[in-house]
Ligand binder design. Structure first.
Ligand SMILES: *[C@@H]1O[C@H](CO)[C@@H](O)[C@H](O)[C@H]1NC(C)=O
Ligand SMILES: *[C@@H]1O[C@H](CO)[C@@H](O)[C@H](O)[C@H]1NC(C)=O
Length: 713
């Protein structure tokens, strides 16, 4: 009792301290991975290998310091974050800053784009489709994330932080509504929708109210680009960031402006951006709601929309997200953060966790436990955003002797594993698969960060809508009980620090949709997390160093890579690298798609961070000014090996002439690197002939209006 009183008074002082100003910093850096020949991370489709680039991937970092504590939030245009990736970033920071940035105060969240090159996680299951670990992807991410934090560090100045939120409809839908419906009715009645429609914006300004940056959290999958896309893209959230930054930064090219806007992931586990009704691709009929199956086995159930193709859908969703964030930026109802900066971090070994659970149905309390990681049958069915390759169905709760036999060759689940996973028929007992090393993580990072009354709950995977809601309530209630103000607000930072697949509620788990089948620590994964984050809330409120928990295994020395490197490049007979094989037309107009093709090397030879594979240039006072780089929506960069034996290849630059393009003399340049047959990588530059952009015909288009003259595919 006495301890509680002392604790309460300590907390009261802690929460009551009003901070006049924070020190804040924002930074952005390029993290684009090798854009060719590497399988994308997300849909697990071997054939979805990079053949160029549409939008560059960026890391966006935000630092807040109240004079006592410093906290870093980073949002990265990549599939997710893994233990190894984050620890390498922290190591890179340690080399430069000592103990200023550690695993305790650095929080890194992935946007979950499914169109970035893979191979950057270390656990085997996540690297199967990329033929193992891909060092180039990993290093591009580590270097870029660390650089974004470094830039944020260097830009630190006195500043103010505000939080505001608003509702955004028409960009998301629940892709497993039958699982959601299994949550208690009394709980569902508290919410209008079966997905969260609130955007939460944290904005950073100087003490004179000049804009510095914003983090916008919104729960939606970055899967507007589907599993047939082969151009690297940051998808809907990444495009929203580019649009908002462009509006604020004026002529600065993407990734180069001072204002940094992140669109970060949240509890998007069961949330799709593909807003049209899922349909069977061959027959065009709606699919079965519970299993997402089609009447014929070869047919696949896919959702798309709202645009006419995936690029159009990405643009529409991205633009709506950007427009909402823009509106929130202008809102006068934003609340200024005044409280302290705080954080708490702990690694936990999930299979050994225990918690008490109150079962609404039986009205009884029981002790529940974590299981060794395992994936269920419905995992192999995939989702309506990207169906799987075999004819598995979602909602599968019974098993099949043939698949079980194959499974047992890899690792046979024990009776205890089967009992532990409950409703989930086990397809892959990954927790027992140790050859040649770990298949899925069992030690995950858990973390809370706080800036004033806004608390970020960094979760090691994809929380479904209702899981996220329960987590927000649990953390907020725990903090308020410890003396935090009633105005305390919690956001879920998704795919954060560790990737351990999905987290559903125990009720959703029973239904075994894809998300439930991918909830790897068993039916009470969420129950265990709720208990864990309540403990974290206490650690954070006390502001003490807590037990760091068990370190995840170091896998860097074990990783395997079967990905062949670039062997060599050679130009086409009679040509040199950079030669133009197809010139743009002499005169083009707004709405035209300009194409130029060059003799090229493999873009994988150099990811050209902070630079570009192409420029569209306009002649101004006898000087060439860059109108667009490869990071613009209006440009696409495509690459093709024309002969593997000869090592020849071609790069094509596509540029859609926007209606606001100033008329004048233009040229396109391509920058590349080739690998010489006798060793070494060398740069080359190609340049087209000059061409004219003629005066635009009148058009309703503007960068922000979201209307487009012609499709670009
Ligand atoms: C992906 O989108 C394209 C349109 O951009 C469409 O033709 C294709 O059927 C879609 N594929 C899947 C698997 O969703
Ligand atoms: C393109 O225009 C520039 C500037 O006027 C000129 O220097 C250059 O020679 C032109 N290039 C070609 C191929 O005509």
């Amino acid at each position: 009792m006495a301890r509680a009183l002392i604790l309460a008074s300590v907390l009261l002082t802690l929460f009551a301290v009003a901070v006049a100003d924070y020190n804040v910093g924002v930074g952005i850096a390029d993290v684009t991975g090798p854009p060719t020949e590497i399988t994308f991370m997300g849909y697990a489709q071997m054939r979805q290998r990079g053949r160029g680039l549409h939008l560059r991937q960026f890391s966006r970092a935000f630092i807040v310091d109240d004079g006592k504590a410093r906290f870093v939030f980073v949002s990265v245009d990549c599939g997710m974050i893994g233990n190894g990736l984050r620890s390498e970033v922290v190591e890179a920071l340690r080399a430069r800053y000592g103990d200023l940035y550690t695993e305790r105060n650095v929080m890194i969240s992935g946007t979950h784009t499914h169109s970035g090159p893979g191979g950057f996680l270390q656990d085997i299951l996540f690297d199967l489709s990329t033929l193992g670990f891909v060092k180039d992807t990993f290093e591009a991410l580590v270097g870029g994330i660390a650089l974004s934090i470094h830039r944020a560090h260097q830009s630190m100045q006195k500043g103010r932080v505000f939080v505001v939120s608003g509702e955004l409809r028409d960009v998301s839908k629940n892709r497993s509504p039958t699982a959601y419906m299994n949550n208690p009715e009394s709980e569902r009645r508290k919410y209008k929708d079966n997905v969260d429609k609130t955007m939460v914006q944290m904005r950073f300004v100087t003490t004179d109210n000049n804009p510095l940056g914003a983090i916008n959290w919104y729960a939606v999958h970055a899967t507007s680009m589907n599993n047939t896309n082969t151009l690297v893209s940051s998808d809907n959230l990444g495009y929203a960031a580019i649009v908002m930054e462009k509006r604020m930064n004026g002529r600065a090219h993407p990734g180069k402006g001072a204002f940094v806007a992140a669109f970060a992931s949240s509890n998007e586990g069961d949330v799709t951006p593909n807003t049209q009704t899922p349909r069977c691709q061959l027959s065009g009929r709606p699919c079965d709601v519970h299993t997402s199956a089609c009447p014929t086995r070869r047919d696949q159930c896919v959702a798309s929309g709202p645009g006419r193709d995936m690029f159009d859908s990405t643009r529409i969703i991205g633009m709506r997200l950007a427009d909402k964030a823009w509106e929130l930026w202008g809102s006068t109802s934003a609340v200024e953060m005044k409280g302290p900066v705080g954080f708490a971090h702990q690694f936990v070994d999930m299979p050994t966790q225990r918690a008490t659970y109150y079962d609404e149905k039986t009205r009884s309390t029981k002790t529940v436990r974590g299981c060794l990681p395992a994936m269920g049958y419905s995992f192999a069915a995939g989702t309506t955003d990207g169906p799987g390759s075999f004819s598995f169905r979602q909602g599968t709760t019974s098993d099949n002797p043939l698949w079980n036999a194959i499974r047992d060759l890899l690792a046979e689940p024990t009776p205890d594993d089967i009992e532990c996973h409950g409703a989930k028929p086990i397809l892959l007992q990954t927790g027992s698969m140790t050859f040649p090393f770990e298949w899925q993580p069992r030690i995950v990072s858990t973390q809370l960060g706080q800036v004033g009354e806004l608390v970020m709950a960094c979760v090691p995977g994809e929380f479904t809508t209702m899981s996220g809601r329960r987590m927000r309530i649990a953390v907020r209630d725990a903090l308020v009980a410890l003396g935090a103000p009633e105005s305390t607000q919690v956001v879920i930072a998704g795919l954060c620090n560790t990737y351990s697949d999905y987290i559903t509620t125990p009720e959703e788990y029973e239904v075994q949709r894809y998300e439930g089948a991918s909830t790897i620590f068993g039916p009470h994964t969420l129950t265990l997390y709720l208990a864990q984050y309540r403990r974290l809330a206490e650690y954070m409120a006390r502001g003490e160093h807590n037990d760091p928990g068990p370190q995840p295994p170091e896998l860097m020395n074990d990783v395997l890579s079967l990905q062949t490197p670039v062997v060599y490049d050679s130009p086409k007979w009679g040509h040199k690298f950079g030669d133009v094989l197809l010139q743009p037309p002499e005169v083009v107009r707004a709405g035209d798609l300009v194409t130029a093709t060059f003799v090229a090397g493999n873009p994988r030879n150099d990811v050209r961070h902070g630079m570009t594979y192409l420029t569209v240039e306009r002649l101004e006072n006898n000087r060439w000014v860059i109108e667009a780089t490869d990071a613009y929506w209006e440009t696409k960069f495509k690459w093709e090996r024309t002969s593997t034996i000869l090592g020849t290849s071609e790069a094509t630059v596509l540029w859609e002439v926007g209606p606001n393009t100033p008329p004048g003399t233009y040229r396109i340049r391509h920058f590349g690197n080739y690998k010489y047959i006798f060793g070494g990588v060398f740069e080359y530059i190609g340049v087209t002939q000059n061409f004219t952009v003629a005066t635009a015909s009148p058009s309703p288009y503007s960068y922000g209006s979201g209307r487009r003259v012609r499709a670009l595919t």
